[in-house]
Write a protein that binds this ligand. Structure first.
Ligand code: XMP
Length: 509
């Protein structure tokens, strides 16, 4: 049985980060909303309570019956989690009189306390809270303090229940990883055997048992997730996996053929479908970004469904869904407004009536890459920048025509090739060229030109939720600009996007 740690989410922005830190220690963990705690069986080795934007003093503060697990399972409360246990167990939590935000040092650490094994006195930690634990119950013991936060950490005496008011999961807490390891390994007794290889082994065995001789159809996109999902499924069921790769005419230059070749090289049973014209027809005359997305999503489903029907007796749809897409988030301020209708491509149409198999739905993106590497997948596929499902259609502002796609593909290829040869491709999280339907005056030779603009975008990001524009070297930008203007007919001006997200978004549409 796969041992695991439960992380109960009270709505903190850092909850996923806690999960990533736990997994970096090769320990499997799951995030669950505080009010939907799953059955706790013997596979659960311990519980971590996350922080929260709420205060325990609020009437609607999130509740969890920690007393149910206290003394039977190790518990670590982080920030709100620590305050919650202190507050509901005979202590007192008050609004903090001093600002408890940012770096602080653990001036006092109780000697020989297991939670602080190998954490030196003075260790820097990161605080981020408006409330503070003012008083603790008699059976609580302070195990660490800073100069302004007396109860920086506590243990409920004689138990494996701990609370810390700082965030061990952020890198500013220098020994945070050590502290988490102490909790997970020394206190919970986790064995740290959850590795890419063990994941691959158990997942393939599970897929074999689940799918038997059934057939699975899966849409490949050329991206990391669908590729890794395909290889795992292929290793489990071989030729019963039928992959479909659609050329929507909105991919990067030559990408369709090169990706198709590398999939075939990997031994996948794959069918490539040239549906360019169907997509161009559906997009003709549409300028609104959301309408473009919908048109592309609709045609994709039609094309995919036609192809899937050609596979006799298929009963499953494989998908490369990853963990961040399935984590149920704790809504703090109501559902967030839809800014763009993302990830519309690849959804399951009702009429397909297939069961869904998602071999990666417990993994974070970096873990998918590690699993892909262990599976021996081409580093060119694993290291690819994210690319949106609607492709170049949302990088051509306004209506899309095959001519504009051609121009953008040429410019984009020059850009990306230069990022690669300039040695910066892997340092950039995502990059792409954008076609602006704006005409400006230029001069080439003795001729006056009146042509369109290409904008270059490159961002640094962790997950696409926020992003900073990359400070690409001027020389590289100059070279790219020259090459584009000299080689791509229809372009006489190149600009660089220096907006961060927020307030801008990564894509222009
Ligand atoms: P934005 O533009 O919202 O993009 O800052 C964040 C990330 O999402 C990608 N993106 C999409 N991906 N379908 C997709 O599959 C879409 O409609 C879509 N729109 C944006 C974008 O490339 C970036 O990685």
């Amino acid at each position: 049985m796969q041992e695991k740690i439960l992380i109960l989410d009270f709505g903190s922005q850092f909850t996923q980060l806690i999960a990533r830190r736990v997994r970096e220690l090769n320990i499997y963990c799951e995030i669950h909303p505080f009010n939907k705690v799953p059955e706790v069986d013997e596979s659960v080795k311990g519980i971590i309570l996350s922080g929260s934007p709420y205060s325990v003093r609020q009437d609607d503060a999130p509740h969890f019956e920690f007393i149910k697990h206290h003394t039977t399972l190790p518990i670590l409360g982080v920030c709100y989690g620590a305050q919650y246990m202190a507050h509901f167990h005979g202590g007192e939590v008050l609004a903090s009189s001093t600002r408890e935000y940012g770096r602080a040092n653990l001036d006092y650490i109780k000697p020989h306390n297991v939670l602080f094994k190998d954490v030196p006195a003075g260790s820097q930690v990161w605080m981020s809270h408006g409330d503070t634990i003012a008083r603790i119950a008699d059976d609580f013991e302070i195990i660490a303090s800073t100069d302004s936060v007396k109860v920086a950490a506590y243990q409920i005496t004689g138990t494996k229940t701990y609370g810390i008011q700082f965030h061990p999961e952020v890198t500013h807490s220098i020994d945070g990883k050590q502290l988490l390891q102490n909790f997970l390994v020394d206190i919970c007794g986790c064995s740290q055997d959850w590795t890419p290889d063990s994941f691959i082994e158990t997942t393939i065995a599970e897929l074999k048992a689940k799918l038997g001789d059934d057939k699975v159809v899966l849409g490949l996109s050329g991206g990391v997730d669908s590729s890794v999902a395909a290889v795992l499924l292929h290793q489990a069921i071989g030729k019963n996996l039928h992959c479909i790769f659609v050329d929507n005419g909105l991919l990067r230059k030559d990408e369709y053929q090169s990706v198709l070749d590398s999939y075939q090289h990997m031994g996948l049973n794959i069918k490539g479908i040239d549906a360019k014209q169907r997509f161009y027809d559906a997009l003709a005359g549409i300028s609104d970004p959301e309408k473009k997305r919908k048109a592309i999503g609709r045609v994709f489903i039609e094309v995919f469904d036609d192809a899937a029907h050609e596979v006799q007796g298929v009963s499953w749809l494989g998908q490369g869904t990853i963990y961040p897409d399935v984590i149920e988030s704790v809504s703090v301020k109501g559902p967030s407004a839809t800014i763009k209708s993302h990830h519309n491509v690849g959804g399951l149409p009702d009429f397909m009536k297939l069961k869904v198999v998602e071999p990666l739905n417990t993994l974070f993106k970096d873990e998918v890459r590690r699993v892909g590497k262990a599976l021996g997948i081409d580093p060119n596929i694993l290291g690819r920048h994210p690319f949106p499902g609607p492709g170049l259609a949302i990088r051509i502002l306004g209506d899309v025509t095959p001519e504009k796609v051609d121009i953008l593909q040429q410019a984009d290829a020059i850009y990306i090739n230069n990022l690669r040869s300039g040695g910066v491709y892997d340092k950039v999280w995502q990059a792409g060229a954008i076609y602006l339907p704006v005409q400006s005056v230029g001069v080439m030779g003795d001729e006056r030109t009146y042509e369109n603009v290409i904008c270059l975008r490159a961002v640094e990001s962790l997950d696409g939720m926020t992003a900073d524009w990359c400070h690409l070297p001027y020389d590289l930008l100059a070279k790219i600009s020259n090459e584009i203007i000299n080689n791509v007919k229809g372009i006489n001006r190149v600009v660089y996007d220096i907006s961060s997200k927020p307030p801008a978004t990564i894509e222009w549409e």
